[in-house]
Design a protein around this ligand. Structure first.
Ligand SMILES: Cc1cc2nc3c(=O)[nH]c(=O)nc-3n(C[C@H](O)[C@H](O)[C@H](O)COP(=O)(O)OP(=O)(O)OC[C@H]3O[C@@H](n4cnc5c(N)ncnc54)[C@H](O)[C@@H]3O)c2cc1C
Length: 412
């Protein structure tokens, strides 16, 4: 076994690449192991404005701006009532960052991975981690297979699990808890020829709610426009809705489109670019402990939330960035457990705000607020700030929003 590096990061998605890049920027030795070869397809194509400071700190914001579609707002449509509303990020409580980007993830993740490399991380693709090395309970590195199938032990002072929904460490310890009521399935494909809004609304995400009647639990579509003319389209539907029909992803996707007059209109002259629509179950789950002995879990490896508010990549990048700072502090001599637990509390509180918002949406009350015709300015700003991902700090509006969302998501 070689001498220990400061950190080994498992997984090169946004959480792992950002964490590795930041650690390397701060002078730490990092090995990042990614089991695939980039670029590779991934879901999660709509970013949030409050991730932009992370991209800026890593020195990639200009490259992102040059390549991807700017997203200045989010538009919601309710098929049943015909209501529609737009939330421009400039109306958020903190309008300092008024846009994000819509990113095909093959290109975006590749950019971040390359950034980790140029910052100084030892990035190895086609290296698959099979297990965590331990001395007693403490993680002291990983065992990984190289591209030729040879096993290697890599020693590290800290291990970062950024394996996405594979959640290597949490699944090995059976430490995930399903979040009840959020067991949706997504049916998705890329299209060309989907109509676009004009001006700064051109890059908005469109969220289209569809359901049998206004009282039913909503299913929904995402429409995410890319700079090159493609649009990512996905339907997120409940298990009950799936059970009522055929199980083939394409047939389900077609049924979802047929159930939504807005989606039908948006796709009327569009062409699907894939041979068939794909499906993935996106059960939301929590991981009990993000901090283990000698290791942390970041991004989806530390929990997954229904994608309604496009929060996954945001939590992955902000959480990974902050994990790097916490690990750097610990490597510099800070007390390990208090520092890592403070990071965990920070990330957990941000994620739980979105869990509440998603639950309040499916329970119904948040839908009414989203489409209320006369929105009080405070309400509009708070919803916009949530949509912008402004959840990593303590503010009066955020505490108030959490309280209201808790009330909305709790059955009477
Ligand atoms: C239907 C759907 C729609 C979504 N829409 C959005 C959206 O619009 N906006 C948004 O922000 N998020 C969205 N998300 C969420 C988003 O996809 C994730 O939250 C985000 O990709 C998490 O990043 P990550 O780095 O934690 O994990 P990932 O991006 O999954 O990266 C994990 C990496 O780890 C690698 N890996 C796994 N196991 C190993 C191993 N043993 N050894 C080495 N490497 C390994 C994988 O190959 C992968 O590259 C969506 C998710 C779903 C399911």
């Amino acid at each position: 076994m070689t001498s220990a590096v400061d950190t080994v990061v498992i997984g090169g998605g946004p959480a792992g690449s950002v964490c590795a890049a930041r650690l390397a920027q701060r002078g730490r030795s990092v090995v990042l192991l990614e089991k695939t070869t980039f670029p590779r397809f991934h879901l999660g194509e709509s970013l949030l404005p409050q991730s932009m400071p992370v991209l800026e700190a890593l020195g990639v914001l200009d490259a992102v701006r040059a390549r991807f579609m700017a997203k200045y707002g989010a538009r919601f449509h309710d098929d049943v009532t015909g209501r529609t509303d737009r939330f421009p990020f400039a109306n958020a409580w903190r309008p300092d960052v008024d846009h994000a980007f819509q990113v095909p993830r093959d290109a975006f993740d590749h950019l971040l991975l390359e950034r980790a490399r140029t910052c100084g991380a030892d990035v190895r693709e086609r290296w698959k981690v099979s297990s965590i090395l331990r001395e007693g309970t403490r993680a002291v590195g990983v065992v990984a297979e190289d591209p030729d199938g040879n096993a290697h032990a890599i020693a590290a002072r800290y291990v970062v699990d950024a394996t996405g929904r594979d959640a290597l460490t949490a699944h090995a310890a059976a430490a995930t808890d399903k979040i009840e009521g959020l067991d949706q399935t997504a049916l998705f494909a890329h299209f060309e020829g989907v109509p676009r809004a004009a001006g700064t609304a051109r890059g908005d995400i469109d969220i289209v709610l569809f359901r049998d009647d206004a009282a039913a639990r909503p299913n929904w579509f995402w429409f995410i426009p890319f700079e090159d003319g493609r649009t990512s389209v996905g339907a997120v539907v409940s298990r009950a809705w799936i059970r009522a029909g055929a199980s083939d992803p394409q047939a389900l996707f077609d049924r979802a489109v047929a159930s939504s007059k807005t989606a039908t209109a948006m796709l009327a002259s569009a062409r699907m670019l894939w041979p068939r629509a794909q499906a993935t179950a996106d059960f939301s789950y929590r991981v009990r402990d993000l901090v283990g002995d000698g290791c942390v879990a970041v991004g989806d490896a530390g929990g997954f939330i229904d994608p309604l508010f496009s929060t996954g990549a945001h939590l992955a990048m902000c959480g990974g960035f902050r994990a790097a700072d916490a690990l750097d502090d610990v490597l510099a001599g800070a007390d390990e457990l208090p520092r890592l637990r403070a990071w965990e509390a920070d990330v957990r509180s941000a994620a739980e705000t979105f869990v509440l918002a998603v639950q309040a949406f499916y329970a119904g009350p948040l839908v009414d607020y989203l489409f209320a015709e006369q929105k009080h300015d405070v309400l509009r700003r708070s919803i916009t700030s949530l949509l912008a991902g402004d959840v990593f700090h303590d503010a009066v509006w955020l505490r108030d929003a959490r309280r209201r969302l808790t009330e909305m998501s709790t059955p009477p």
